[in-house]
Write a protein that binds this ligand. Structure first.
Ligand SMILES: *[C@@H]1O[C@H](CO)[C@@H](O)[C@H](O)[C@H]1NC(C)=O
Length: 271
């Protein structure tokens, strides 16, 4: 072989080796390939096992166990191995338990529809007790979410992409009739703004139909949720899942179910 051809072959082999290398950070952690925003209020933040006695019972079902292929964006915007409670340091001022994020990641990674070797990156952004008005463009929660989503994707060094935003919110908007009636319009505006600010006009959004509410207009908000008209929006209904005896929060087992339902909704969009 001529020297030039040999050099070119070496270069090619090196390139192939680099591309085939498992996606890993310096510390040995992997790099997410599929990034998901988790936003909303307490049922997204996770209260499974945390509704009695002011503390979390610490129970982590197998579907929520840590895995080297599931990372979370830390409050300091670093990728780290994800573990319950997933929203620690993000959903501040609240007693946190199990949410839908970990079982969602497990169910996605179990599927043959995602490429082999996929790594899920979860970007927890939820904050308990917040109405949707607190998530409109320019609010602290909105800015935090967009900042975290950008940092999350940048932190993959080009290997990962934002795959979807999972949204579970609306319980606080059941208190006042005006808020319930304004819900669909506010949700549509928020989705449009997020897509524009992240420069992802087609970003998939999966919205959870609320199962409970802090007020009496639960049915009005649920109706508004189903009336939201934006492209590329999916709907998963939490109504009927087991609720803790605070009548507000999904139990740990309910969150495991919801995580699987969200994963089904996401996987159904892949062809
Ligand atoms: C929600 O909005 C209200 C009214 O603007 C504000 O006082 C409150 O601090 C906000 N809460 C959060 C968590 O952003």
């Amino acid at each position: 072989m001529a020297p030039a051809a040999a050099a070119a072959t070496m270069l090619l082999l090196l390139l192939v080796a680099l591309l085939a290398a498992p996606t890993a950070l310096a510390g040995g952690e992997k790099i997410p390939t599929l990034v998901f925003i988790l936003a909303g209020q307490s049922n997204m933040g996770g209260r499974g096992g945390a509704t009695v006695g002011g503390r979390w019972d610490g129970y982590v079902p197998p579907q929520c166990a840590p895995s080297p292929r599931t990372l979370r964006l830390s409050p300091a915007l670093q990728w780290e191995e994800a573990r319950e409670p997933l929203h620690a340091g993000v959903d501040v001022g609240n007693v946190l338990g199990v949410g839908p994020g970990m079982p969602f990641a497990h169910a996605v990674l179990r599927s043959a529809r995602v490429p082999k070797g996929s790594v899920v990156g979860l970007v927890p952004c939820a904050q308990g007790g917040t109405p949707i008005a607190n998530w409109s463009r320019g609010t602290d929660l909105y800015d935090r979410m967009v900042t975290r989503a950008r940092a999350a994707v940048a932190g993959t060094g080009g290997r990962g992409r934002l795959a979807a935003m999972l949204w579970f919110q609306g319980e606080t908007d059941t208190i006042r009739r005006e808020d319930a009636l304004a819900y669909a319009g506010r949700m549509e505006a928020m989705v449009r703004d997020v897509r524009r600010d992240l420069a992802m006009p087609d970003l998939l959004v999966i919205q959870v139909g609320i199962a409970t509410g802090q007020g009496k207009f639960v049915d009005l908000v649920r109706k508004a949720q189903r009336a939201v008209r934006v492209p590329n929006l999916r709907y998963v209904d939490a109504k009927g899942l087991p609720i803790a005896n605070d009548y507000t929060h999904l139990t740990t087992q309910a969150q495991v179910r919801l995580g699987a339902m969200l994963a089904e909704a996401y996987l159904a969009t892949l062809h």
